[in-house]
Design a protein around this ligand. Structure first.
Ligand SMILES: [Zn+2]
Length: 379
């Protein structure tokens, strides 16, 4: 008895040490965990029949279970389902089958029907033991050996790494996002800029100036309809007017927001303050922005395109260099302007980022990440 206890302890410890998280797949909306299967007193190799937990429910291939238990299986067409019966049970079990969801009673994958084992097998008078520690499910009729003793007996098999069945959707890697941001528009190159973005199937963020929007209202509507994101870049772009007081800063952003609302029916809260938030946006300014419900983005990649109208290669080099220093956990936010050189260079900028695995996305308020020179997480 004592020997058994020690063996079980060793086994359980070994199994727990074997990283559980690695084997959990959160692909699609379901959680899949592979589990070992013991039928009667026999360990079933996963190559023969693989059991799997789907959202906490144990599923086992029906054919294997029917063979092991001597059950009869009949498929019905409408509603699509399967009827399982055994000689000594008075009523058969019917489970419906879904082809598109694993959340229903039974499902077919790679030509195999998987059934919720506890629901079906217990109904037919068999016993089901599940041990989360292994994890293992045991299906049996009468046995002189307890499931705990079975775990000891099959400790070698149960310690083998268990793969998920091949049909389980692979965990999709989260997208690496990067943001192209264009300041000071709408400008004279707007149409060409939108054309290039469209050709490359890329979305960007435009920090627009109120006065410029009034000059090209149709362009604002066009870029909004094209799926790009609009941010607020003040009304005047004049540092003396804008930064006269916290109140004036907030009021200019509110006025800019109003212009965008009038043209697109949306009320962006993301702002980029002209010339960047340092040194102007000291604490009282930031407090006022927070109170007004605004968010504020600076950038972590400075292309310096505005200063390099004749040096496209240098602009590209600046982006490439800054990209290596983007802080951990921040998506690259690239400062660009609506300049001729920038529009001409844009295909190369896009190529550079996409080759590094980035998806170029428009700013999305719902997934806001704080990026400002003050490291003020409220913004
Ligand atoms: Zn600007």
């Amino acid at each position: 008895m004592k020997k058994t206890y020690v063996l079980v302890s060793v086994l359980v410890t070994a199994i727990v040490l074997f990283s559980y998280a690695d084997r959990v797949s959160a692909a699609s909306s379901h959680q899949y965990v592979p589990i070992h299967l013991i039928a009667g007193d026999k360990y079933v190799a996963p190559t023969k029949a693989q059991a799997v937990l789907v959202d906490g429910t144990t599923y086992v291939p029906l054919r294997y279970i029917s063979e092991a238990l001597g059950a009869k299986v009949r498929y019905q067409a409408n509603p699509q389902g399967v009827i399982v019966s055994v000689p000594h049970a008075s009523t058969p079990v019917t489970v419906t089958i879904s082809n598109n969801s694993e959340a229903s009673e039974a499902f077919i994958r790679n030509g195999r029907t998987y059934i919720p084992v506890r629901h079906v097998v217990e109904h037919l008078g068999y016993r089901v033991d599940y041990r989360a520690s292994a994890p293992v499910v045991r299906v049996f009729d009468h046995s002189t050996i307890s499931t705990d003793d079975m775990l000891v007996q099959h400790s070698v098999e149960l310690n083998q790494p268990l793969p998920l069945p091949a049909w389980v959707p692979k965990k999709s890697k989260p997208k690496k996002l990067a943001y192209l941001t264009f300041d000071d528009g709408p400008g004279p190159h707007e149409a060409q800029l939108l054309k290039v973005l469209k050709e490359h199937n890329v979305k960007a963020t435009f920090f627009l100036v109120g006065d410029a929007m009034s000059e090209q209202p149709a362009m604002v509507k066009t870029l909004h309809k094209a799926g790009h994101s609009i941010g607020l870049h003040s009304m005047t772009h004049d540092k003396d007017t804008l930064y006269a007081s916290p109140k004036s800063t907030v009021e200019e952003m509110q006025a800019t927001q109003k212009v965008v609302y009038g043209l697109t029916g949306t009320k962006p809260v993301i702002c980029r303050v002209p010339y960047g938030s340092k040194p102007y946006m000291k604490q009282p300014y930031r407090d006022a922005m927070v109170k007004a419900g605004f968010k504020m983005w600076d950038w972590n990649i400075d292309s310096r395109d505005w200063a390099l109208p004749d040096q496209p290669e240098q602009i590209l080099e600046n982006i490439s260099t800054d990209l290596k220093d983007v802080p951990e956990g921040e998506p690259p936010v690239i400062l660009l302007h609506e300049r001729k050189v920038t529009v001409e260079l844009l295909p190369k900028i896009i190529k550079l980022l996409e080759e590094k695995g980035y998806t170029l996305a428009p700013y999305d308020e719902k997934h806001h990440v704080s990026i400002n020179f003050w490291n003020d997480k409220r913004l």
